[in-house]
Design a protein around this ligand. Structure first.
Ligand SMILES: Cc1cc2nc3c(=O)[nH]c(=O)nc-3n(C[C@H](O)[C@H](O)[C@H](O)COP(=O)(O)OP(=O)(O)OC[C@H]3O[C@@H](n4cnc5c(N)ncnc54)[C@H](O)[C@@H]3O)c2cc1C
Length: 446
């Protein structure tokens, strides 16, 4: 794209095509970044292609999210739309019992719960909060391309009527989620070779929930083709999703709602909880292969945050937290570049390390979560060397704080290898099965 002429003055009332920072995408990552920059007095613009409130999957939050909501000053609003989530229930086809894990048992006991939310509500709340703090927000507009030069970037934006507008920005933050605008444009998006999964999901009314305080727990049901989530929302609706190997989704011959019902039938404990339930509007969604990362997370004039940088697998409900945390981690870099500070490059390197850290730590467990040894660990957690507390802290999202979980996490990993070695036949069979399961198959969402 060639640099284009830019209006020096606002072209019309309210239409100023220059800003300090252009944020692409008004999801949790983009809105958090915009709120923080606006609070710091920066001229920040957010361009969102949809109109809030808009549907988005990813409804289960982590306790570590709470401190980020506190820092944004929106915790009460989240509390008002959320269902309190005190822990996780695990249900396995190979075990007779169900296992409950409570966040209150984590190493750091100060993060006892999180929330299940409708993302349409959460994302709108965060987006409007950014606007309240002074970010200029635009909906129904899509950033098509960004051209970088020595002074910043020129972004080409398509409006709802198909017309185009150019924004001159000194810095660009890509928070475009799974659209991965810059990673695609810069050709640095990489399929995750070590993991591969697809998802089917829908909302139900009348699902049988856990009693009392456990009602808001997420339940993870393992089954032969992957795992299911059961996420109870505050309005009585329950979100059900199957995360399965892409080849299983590819085997579908019937319409999506029927295929989803057949898939649920393969998991009798879940089917029992849905016996009296009905699918809302008969709608089932599908998402194709979705594990990827980007070879770089920043450049001199840009950052990639949230899913625009990487996405692994939602089994530990880490996506929204990592997306928002990456905005908190990146805001200092943006400020340093805007101010022309000499520490900008060092801050950028630190940012690169931090955005890799979260997905990497979750990934180690994600890659093994369907392995029988790991499943045994989750179904019968023991606490030598505080490994159980450390694991629950990780599940709570406490991976960036000062909680000293890492020696215990290393011991847990060593125990995993030891037990796997002790059951060599089972381990080898599981890894062979996994290799076949994660093979590359093109699956498209509808
Ligand atoms: C099946 C599934 C289940 C999941 N479950 C969970 C869960 O339970 N808990 C959890 O925490 N996470 C979950 N996730 C992950 C979670 O949804 C994401 O990690 C999270 O939404 C990332 O936030 P983000 O702001 O980076 O991206 P998004 O929330 O996707 O926001 C990106 C925004 O950018 C906009 N956009 C995109 N391209 C452009 C463009 N070119 N111009 C303008 N706007 C643009 C989009 O419309 C969107 O609003 C799940 C994901 C999947 C696929």
């Amino acid at each position: 794209m060639q640099p284009l002429s830019i209006p020096a003055e606002p072209a019309a009332a309210g239409a100023d095509f220059r800003c300090d920072v252009l944020v692409v995408g008004g999801g949790p990552a983009g809105s958090t970044m915009a709120a923080l920059l606006a609070e710091a007095g920066r001229d920040v613009v957010v361009i969102e292609k949809a109109h809030h409130p808009r549907f988005h999957i990813g409804e289960s939050l982590l306790p570590a999210n709470a401190q980020l909501f506190d820092r944004l000053g929106v915790r009460e609003q989240v509390e008002a739309i959320g269902m309190a989530k005190h822990g996780v229930e695990f249900v396995s086809p190979d075990h007779d019992h169900r296992q409950f894990i409570e966040f209150a048992e984590a190493w750091d006991k100060s993060m006892p719960y999180a929330w299940q939310v409708r993302r349409a509500q959460l994302d709108e709340l965060l987006f409007r909060d950014a606007a309240k703090k002074g970010a200029r927000t635009f909906e129904g507009q899509r950033v098509r391309e960004v051209a970088f030069d020595g002074d910043g970037a020129l972004a080409e934006v398509e409006l709802a009527d198909g017309s185009r507008r150019q924004w001159r920005a000194r810095f660009v933050v890509d928070a475009s989620g799974r659209d991965t605008l810059l990673a695609n444009q810069l050709r640095c998006k990489q399929k995750n070779r070590r993991h591969n999964s697809s998802a089917l999901y829908g909302h139900y009314t009348g699902a049988e929930r856990l009693p009392g305080k456990l009602e808001g727990n997420i339940t993870i049901f393992w089954f032969e083709h992957g795992w299911f989530w059961f996420i109870p929302l505050a309005d009585g609706t329950t979100s059900i999703g199957a995360v399965c190997w892409p080849h299983y989704l590819k085997s579908r011959k019937n319409p999506l709602p029927e295929f989803f019902a057949d898939t649920i039938a393969l998991c009798p404990p879940l089917a029992a909880r849905l016996a009296g339930a009905s699918l809302v509007d008969g709608r089932v969604y599908a998402t194709g292969n979705y594990s990827y990362g980007s070879a770089k997370s920043s450049g001199e004039r840009f950052l990639m945050i949230g899913d625009a940088y990487a996405f692994v697998d939602p089994v530990f409900s880490s996506g929204v937290y990592l997306a928002m945390q990456s905005a908190f981690d990146g805001v200092g870099v943006v400020q340093a570049v805007l101010d022309g500070r000499p520490d900008a490059a060092a801050l950028r390197r630190a940012f690169d390390r931090r955005v890799r850290h979260g997905p990497r730590e979750f990934s180690w467990f994600i890659f093994r979560v369907t392995n029988p040894t790991m499943r045994d660990f989750f179904m019968s957690p023991q606490n030598p060397f505080r490994v159980k507390e450390a694991l629950i802290s990780l599940l709570a999202g406490d991976v960036y704080g000062r909680t000293p979980i890492w020696p215990s996490i290393r011991i847990l990993k060593a125990l995993y290898y030891l037990v796997s070695f002790g059951n060599l036949g089972r381990t080898v069979r599981a890894w062979q099965r996994r290799r076949i399961n994660i093979r590359d198959v093109e699956v498209q969402g509808p």
